[in-house]
Design a binder for this molecule. Structure first.
Ligand code: VGL
Ligand code: ZN
Length: 202
């Protein structure tokens, strides 16, 4: 059944580095791709996001001497998990997984390209105030409702869902078309925050 005209499909970060074999591989990250490709046909508006970091990005553990990947650090904007180097601008790891259909995408949002600040959400960087421009795009297209899929459920997908709900969109997370990193209970925490914010988890 086609989705309503005012509904967009948001596909978060289905990139090589988040799939098995990648620098920040999410378990089974590639297993959601066929389902996402099929779902694209039901939407009049399909948007992809692409994590896109300059070399030496502040979210990389390698930029913090003495720190290891998956440790927490304190940034001026709050706590930040440090990650292995991933999705470096122009690299193969930053490319979309080759199985992902990109033909149906009308908009590709790149995020995380400012060295001092990470950007999980498709709407705002991790300071919760620097906008990516996606909200303006969706408003101009009359989109009021979003279906979210992609990687990773508990980071970029959840941050996007929470921001979208805060901005007043009706938000549905298609959980079977997402996979999580699940770091120290981050998946359970992300799901409870999403539920509390009124995100429908289907
Ligand atoms: C992501 C960690 C770092 C994600 C991106 O796509 O969920 N996670 N960068
Ligand atoms: Zn990243």
């Amino acid at each position: 059944m086609p989705a309503a005209q005012d509904t967009a499909l948001l596909v978060i970060d289905v990139q090589n580095d988040f799939c098995p074999g990648g620098a920040l591989a999410v378990a089974e990250g590639d297993q959601i791709i066929t389902g996402i490709n099929t779902l694209m046909d039901s939407f009049g508006c399909v948007i992809l996001t692409q994590d896109w970091h300059p070399a030496g990005h502040s979210s990389f553990a390698s930029s913090h001497p003495g720190k290891a990947a998956f440790e927490l650090t304190e940034m001026p904007y709050g706590p930040q998990v440090l990650w292995p180097d991933h999705c470096t601008i122009g690299s193969q790891g930053a490319a979309f997984h080759p199985a992902l259909r990109t033909d149906a995408a009308q908009m590709i949002v790149r995020k995380g390209f400012r060295a001092p600040i990470d950007s999980y959400s498709a709407f705002f960087e991790n300071d919760h105030s620097t906008a990516t421009g996606l909200h303006g795009y969706l408003q101009e297209r009359g989109i009021r409702s979003l279906v979210l899929t992609g990687l990773a459920t508990d980071f970029c997908v959840a941050y996007s869902a929470l921001d979208a709900a805060r901005l007043g969109y009706s938000v549905e997370l298609r959980e079977s078309l997402c996979r999580a990193i699940d770091l120290d209970g981050s998946l359970a925490s992300a799901k409870s925050q999403m539920r509390e914010a009124g995100v429908k988890i289907s």
